[in-house]
Design a protein around this ligand. Structure first.
Ligand code: GSH
Length: 445
């Protein structure tokens, strides 16, 4: 019987008493992929302070309830619940968590080190985070996209990265000789830039910043929270619906010290950066899969049946699937994650799978998938089932979705009843699955 599975986003920090004497985990309200929440989660791991992400957080829903608005009237995350009341603002939360450990080396070992840590926290916030936001958020459609405003943001960001790069040319860490809270906040603020807009061609001008960022995200305590970090290959395209046309005149005159030409290079992404809207519309090339002989299986009909079946799943949806399935027009594939022993943190594993499904968006017309996160304790196993149009995994999926190579792919032999039954069980989220509980089951449809 198909059932909704809880999304467990529990941070697996040791819940024993920390040096600060905190025995109950502090609850952090945020989604499990929020770079602002990462700040205090990473600080917590370094400090041995138990912090737990609230369960089943849903952005736009959980943070708009009356109970949440009592904690933060702005309705923004993250918010940390403490025995003495809530705290909002991610830097303040990270400072609080850090202070829970007395003489915490994350705050340095002298007054001047502490001052420099605060200096770099402010720099990370006002010079790095705000300029990445001014570049990225209009592209994400959160605010209107205006090319001159983007140009100014990129220019200011490059100025800040230049200063940071100079500092890092002779310093491994921002302050002193080990990780401090400044490094945690700086890295979290750079994170969104690296994964969304700052391509390799952009960052290669700041070699020391690159070296610093990769060193930080690969520190075990960062990795535990952030998981695998991958630099974007293209500047995130402007979300078309909300992009107004480019004004003929700049909105305001440029200030004297903004380097114009350099900013422009990045403000106007190159062809591979896929800012389609600035080019004349081209006819869309047909996908090779559209040229296959027609199939009797209508993928959308199957997806509808899957979504609409609430009871008797086996008898209705699974039976319906096999009645509809066209082995000439479609193929079924099992996938098995190659690096299961790295899946030691539940929410990082769930994020990984969630990211994979997002990146599969390009195949929505041609695929259906189920991904199971298996086990009640780490390391979790990730296994999936995919239905693809055609007899092979589509080439464009192999080329454009880098997650594909992280899995072993095996074509299902439907003449083998055991394999067919496994397909049914995966579609159905059968639990136990192969003798184990399911942490989560995600569907791509
Ligand atoms: N300065 C705040 C920024 C918080 C913030 O903007 N949070 C976003 C998510 S990262 C949010 O909750 N947005 C929801 C909204 O604006 O309603 C911090 O560092 O905590």
């Amino acid at each position: 019987m198909k059932k909704a599975l809880p999304t467990i986003v529990l941070l697996e920090i040791c819940c024993k008493a920390s040096s600060a004497g905190v025995t109950m985990a502090l609850v952090l309200h945020a989604g499990n992929n929020n770079k602002n929440a990462f700040k205090s989660l990473i600080a917590a791991v370094y400090s041995g302070v138990p912090v737990e992400l609230v369960k089943n957080f849903e952005m736009g829903v959980s943070n708009k309830t009356p109970e949440f608005l009592k904690m933060n009237p702005l309705g923004k995350v993250p918010v940390l619940e403490t025995p003495d009341g809530p705290i909002c603002e991610s830097n303040a939360i990270a400072r609080y968590v850090t202070r829970l450990k007395s003489d915490n080396p994350l705050f340095g070992s002298s007054l001047i080190e502490y001052a420099h840590i605060e200096q770099w926290i402010d720099f990370a916030t006002t010079e790095i985070d705000s300029n990445i936001g001014r570049w990225l958020y209009p592209r994400m459609g959160f605010v209107p996209y205006l090319p001159p405003a983007e140009e100014a943001a990129v220019s200011a960001l490059k100025r800040a990265l230049g200063a940071l790069n100079t500092h890092l040319a002779s310093n491994t860490y921002l302050v002193g000789h080990s990780v401090t809270l400044a490094d945690i906040i700086m890295t979290c603020n750079l994170y969104l830039g690296f994964i969304r807009v700052m391509t390799k061609s952009f960052t290669s001008e700041f070699l020391h910043v690159e070296r610093y960022f990769w060193t930080m995200v690969n520190q075990p305590n960062f990795h535990k929270i952030m998981g695998e970090v991958k630099q974007t290959e293209a500047v995130m395209p402007v979300q078309s619906a909300k992009k107004p046309s480019q004004p003929k005149e700049p909105a305001k005159p440029k200030t004297k010290n903004e380097p114009k030409k350099e900013a422009k290079e990045h403000a106007k992404p190159k062809a591979e950066d896929a800012d389609e809207e600035e080019e004349a519309p081209k006819p869309k090339p047909k996908n090779a899969l559209d040229l296959l002989p027609p199939s009797k299986m209508i993928l959308d009909e199957w997806k509808r049946l899957y979504s609409n079946t609430k009871t008797n799943f086996r008898e209705v949806a699974i039976k319906g699937f096999w009645d509809m399935y066209d082995p000439e027009g479609y193929s079924l594939w099992f996938c098995d994650y190659k690096y299961n022993d790295e899946n030691t943190v539940s929410f990082v594993t769930l994020n990984k799978v969630g990211g994979f499904l997002q990146r599969m968006d390009l195949a929505r017309k041609y695929a259906f998938g189920k991904m199971l996160v298996i086990g009640s304790e780490p390391p979790f196993k990730v296994k999936g089932l995919w239905l693809f149009r055609g007899q092979e995994i589509p080439q464009f999926v192999m080329e454009e979705c880098y997650d594909m190579e992280l899995y072993e792919w095996t074509k299902v032999d439907i003449s083998d009843e055991a394999q067919k039954e496994r397909v049914s069980q995966m579609i159905e989220d059968q639990e136990p699955f192969e003798g184990e509980a399911l942490l989560d089951a995600k569907c791509f449809k």
